[in-house]
Ligand binder design. Sequence first.
Ligand SMILES: [Zn+2]
Length: 180
Amino acid sequence: MTVGVTEKGRGRAAGLAVLDWIAMSEQPIPPLSGASTGPEPATELASDVASRLKRDDHGLVAAVIQQHDTGEVLMLGWMDDEALRRTLTTGRVTFWSRSRQEYWRKGDTSGHVQWVKSVALDCDGDALLVRVDQVGAACHTGTRTCFDGRELPAVVGSRDAGPAAAEELTADDTTTEGAR
Ligand SMILES: [Zn+2]
């Protein structure tokens, strides 16, 4: 035990009570807050990632969550910079809950954890694709995905619909793409 060195390093801030404790202890002394012990863990989203995000008026981007091996689209959530940072750095998906106004790490209360496999940002920076290994149900209602059993009636299109329909689609498509 090197009380002398410790005292020299800490004495000014520590005080006698702590020095007494040091003298009696055989355990290593944890660093005082503010003491430098090496690189701090990142507490902000990397600036090169942050600069590519196109956030909505609430500072959020949509995150599409997909099962990595089956391709199932599981759910959609919202992330701010901090939720994305946690998702990128902890192996678990964290969202910003718009209804509760708090961070929400998926699975903490339900056990339905999402283990991160990959994260991609879309072409214009306003949506994320997070591929995960989903434990149990992704939806809070208990269904595997948020879309199970919730189909809306939709006219089914086909590329083989005929030449007239194909011409119309091509014209619409061009306009839509141009307006993006
Ligand atoms: Zn749901």
